[in-house]
Design a protein around this ligand. Structure first.
Ligand code: MF3
Ligand code: CO
Ligand code: CO
Length: 254
């Protein structure tokens, strides 16, 4: 069952989404070489709290951290710990907050200090593929149009999309229907309708698409050790153009 959001729902959900985007901005601006991922997670937790929200991840299926921090060949769901970030690393930050009873879910990959051109190209292509997908989030199109647009753009640029993890509807729950694969799975015929709120989130590998989960039970890595990037927005399907709900506030909220 797909939950269509009413205008009243959206009034509550919009601030949750802006907050998630703002925290993501704050963490991205804060990280530097030498910090441990645990310090980054603590900073993220303190910003979420400062905005009066809560992490949507902490405790979700016993997930132990405030946000997901995935470094280099880590794809998603990386756990914070003693690892120190180094100049040239790329870090995928995934922020989910609960506020007003609704969830905002958004992710971005950033360089720590700087990175080489190959890593920058991977991040650029992944971000652009997200926007190719978002552009399809209009009434009359189907979920598969989002999936195809992402896959086409990524593969035309020589990279591969991860298949085991997908985007999703989002609202009062983090993972609602429909699933939104980043490739054409031959299903996903669901028609897009105004009021749908979708977390669209391409996960893109520089090498092969295969991934595996580490023994910690969470961290997803590329099997071939290649770099991976992840960009995500929570998007509202409207009568007109898609509304990117997790765009950060342009000024500090607090
Ligand atoms: N935010 C992730 C997503 O984009 C889900 C994180 S699950 C958690 O769907 F357990 F790590 F929190
Ligand atoms: Co997310
Ligand atoms: Co998501």
């Amino acid at each position: 069952m797909i939950v269509l959001k009413t205008e009243r729902d959206l009034e509550a959900m919009r601030p949750a989404c802006v907050l998630a985007g703002t925290v993501l901005d704050e963490v991205a601006a804060w990280i530097k070489p030498g910090q441990t991922t645990r310090e980054v997670d603590e900073f993220a937790g303190s910003r979420i709290k400062a905005h009066g929200a809560k992490s949507a991840f902490l405790g979700y299926r016993q997930y132990p951290c405030q946000i997901c921090i995935s470094v280099n060949d880590q794809v998603v769901h990386g756990l914070a710990g003693p690892r120190r970030l180094e100049f040239g690393d790329i870090v995928s930050l995934d922020v989910g907050v609960v506020h007003n009873g609704f969830i905002g879910d958004t992710a971005r990959t950033v360089a720590v200090g700087g990175c080489d051109l190959a890593a920058q190209r991977l991040m650029d292509v992944t971000e652009k593929s997200l926007h190719e997908g978002i552009a399809q989030a209009v009434p009359g199109k189907r979920v598969v149009d989002i999936s195809r647009a992402i896959q086409k753009y990524v593969e035309a640029n020589g990279f591969s999309v991860v298949r085991e993890f997908v985007g999703h509807g989002v609202g009062r729950n983090m993972h609602e229907e429909p699933q939104i694969p980043n490739f054409d799975d031959g299903k996903s015929g669901t028609k897009l309708r105004p009021g749908m709120t979708l977390a669209i989130e391409p996960m893109v590998n520089a090498g092969r698409s295969a991934v595996k989960i580490l023994k910690d039970g969470w961290t997803v890595v590329t099997v071939d050790g290649s770099l991976s990037a992840h960009f995500e927005h929570t998007v509202l399907v409207t009568e007109g153009l898609p509304e990117i709900m997790t765009w950060p506030a342009r000024v500090s909220l607090k």
